[in-house]
Design a binder for this molecule. Structure first.
Ligand code: CP
Length: 348
């Protein structure tokens, strides 16, 4: 495969990338991880390059892994917080800031730096499903430098890369690995679908036997589900949906329980924009918490995963997330390595 196919590309969803390209990204991530572990400087890869980071929502892992990553590659990550400096994006999204259009902001930043990364979901777009992704696509249209999706309302592709890199490290293969992405209870209904959607895309693309488990009312995007079925058919693996938490966990190698919002939370045509209805669905499913009894249903070698932050005592008990099967901090660290890999490949 020509490595030049990476240079200059946007990274908005794994659906835009082939399995072969994702395998190359994971290989590069492991190479950079090895160099980092040995203390080998690799700041010659993106010397004096700038990444502009626009956060419409807060972040611990994403912000710090991109900043640290750019420093390690020899460049600089510049933090932009539109909610502090300007008003957030409004429904309609024709403005990036209160005084400037997306087309102007994107073209200005593209004259000064080497990539733009954006996080936007939920309240800044009033939960209109797909609008945050469209905002990022609009930036990508106008900026002639790579656009990196740091999590929108549909996808969190860097989290998914870190997830599958962690699976690769722990099991050495994706074939025969039962990957269970499950909903779990949280007191907050304000949780985007991006992580579960990107996780099942990545797991099924790489060849895991992928199971999506959730109570009724938590259904994900049909287009994402169709893509997972297509990847499973291409890989000779499986993709299943279950409404039974315990049944889904039986024999699992990867247990990944996490909250995402219920369908009524979204305005029409997806849902009804009814927070109370979403809350009622959540509250009827408080027993979807990952405990040691649930982990005992899984394969004895099973790992517990979570993108973090986790809602402890709601999504998961402390003995599981702090226990020997938990790999959540390896998973968080892998954000750094996969993001460095993508930036190295697309920002050269
Ligand atoms: N997992 C993740 O994206 O974490 P942050 O929200 O802290 O960036």
């Amino acid at each position: 495969m020509k490595t030049d196919t990476f240079r200059g590309r946007d990274f908005l969803t794994l659906l835009d990338w082939t399995k072969e390209e994702v395998e190359t990204i994971l290989d590069v991530a492991l190479d950079l991880k090895r160099r980092y572990a040995l203390g080998e400087l690799h700041n010659h890869i993106l010397p004096a390059k700038t990444l502009f980071m626009i956060f419409y929502n807060q972040s611990l892992r994403t912000r710090n892994s991109f900043e640290a990553g750019m420093t390690q590659l020899g460049g600089h990550a510049h933090f932009l917080d539109p909610s502090k400096i300007y008003t957030p994006a409004l429904p309609g999204k024709e403005v990036a800031y209160s005084t400037e259009r997306v087309s102007d902001v994107a073209r200005v930043l593209a004259r000064m730096g080497d990539a733009i990364s954006i996080r936007c979901y939920g309240d800044p777009v009033d939960w209109v499903y797909g609008d945050a992704h469209e905002l990022i696509r609009n930036f990508a249209y106008w900026a002639d430098i790579p656009l990196l999706n740091m999590e929108c309302d549909k996808y969190h592709p860097f989290q998914a890369l870190a997830d599958v890199l962690t699976v690769k490290e722990k099991f050495g293969t994706f074939n025969g690995v039962k990957f269970v992405m499950s909903w779990a209870y949280s007191p907050s209904v304000h949780k985007p679908r991006a992580v579960p959607q990107s996780a099942i895309i990545a797991a099924s693309m790489m060849g895991c036997d992928t199971v999506l488990a959730h109570p009724k009312g938590m259904e994900l995007d049909d287009e994402v589900l169709d893509s997972c079925r297509k990847y499973a058919a291409m890989n000779g693996s499986s993709f299943e949906i279950s409404n039974d938490f315990e049944e889904a966990l039986k024999g699992a190698h990867v247990v990944y329980p996490k909250a995402w919002t219920a369908v009524p939370m979204f305005p029409p045509p997806v849902g009804e924009r009814d927070d109370e209805k979403a809350q009622a669905i959540f509250d009827a499913n408080k027993d979807w918490i990952c405990t040691s009894d649930h982990m005992a249903l899984a394969d004895p070698q099973a790992i517990y995963m979570h993108c973090l932050p986790a809602d402890r005592s709601f999504e998961v008990t402390d003995d599981v997330i702090d226990g020997p099967q938990s790999v959540v901090f390896d998973e968080a660290e892998n954000r750094l390595h996969v993001q460095k890999a993508v930036m190295s490949l697309v920002m050269r």
